[in-house]
Design a protein. Structure first.
Length: 224
């Protein structure tokens, strides 16, 4: 009976094909590439004058003008307190950052929505470590900020922030000090959102805002 071996051969062939590809339609589905998942944008936030309202920041510009034109000193070179008296004075001055700025809650909202990955980066010197902790507790920063950093090695503030922006891959940075805004804009690829004040009216800058709430609204537009 020559047909019997032939039938067995056909049966074997069909079973072999089925075992290698039991569900062709399933293979077709699994081979479909997955849609790209958008990663949250890394955003850096300064502390004094940004996350915290600080009324003393309006005197910064007059002091810089006096320093530049009267004392003939480089305004980018920040003075670092060294003696106990100087460090005490720095602590007293920074106590003026009493209340969180209006709009800080929206940072948590953008984080929960998966739009941003926030980082708190302040150039406060090492002597202000304890007050830095107080400020973080006020806004519960450790609950939703991906990282919090302060200048505990007493680097020049603009160089410290430039280094952190590069190391963390910060894409947007919210800052209130014009000298640092200008430095980061010229020396890094990060896009800076500047929170200015009335004393800075003569300075032209595209992304400038009067307060944190307006800056966060613009940031929301940029990352959405």
């Amino acid at each position: 009976m020559p047909t019997l071996p032939l039938c067995l051969l056909v049966y074997y062939f069909l079973m072999n094909e089925t075992s290698e590809n039991p569900n062709p339609s399933q293979n077709l589905l699994t081979s479909t590439p997955k849609a790209d998942i958008k990663k949250p944008i890394r955003v850096g936030f300064d502390l004094d004058g940004v996350l915290f309202f600080n009324p003393l920041r309006v005197v910064r510009r007059p002091i810089e003008i006096f320093k530049k034109y009267i004392l003939r000193k480089d305004t980018m070179n920040f003075y670092i307190p060294k003696t106990k008296a100087e460090k005490l004075m720095w602590k007293i001055v920074h106590m003026s950052s009493l209340t969180p700025a209006r709009g800080w809650e929206n940072i948590r909202k953008l984080t929960q929505e998966g739009l941003i990955e926030p980082y708190l980066i302040t150039a406060r010197f090492a002597c202000l470590k304890n007050d830095f902790g107080r400020c973080k507790m006020r806004i519960k920063a450790d609950e939703y900020f991906a990282g919090t950093f302060h200048n505990d090695k007493d680097e020049q503030p603009h160089l410290f922030k430039e280094r952190m922006v590069r190391e963390l891959g910060i894409e947007y940075f919210v800052e209130d000090n014009w000298n640092i805004v200008d430095h980061l804009s010229k020396n890094t690829s990060t896009k800076v959102l500047w929170i200015s004040n009335i004393a800075d009216n003569d300075i032209k800058f595209d992304e400038r805002f009067s307060d944190l709430e307006k800056a966060i609204k613009r940031l929301s537009e940029l990352v959405s």
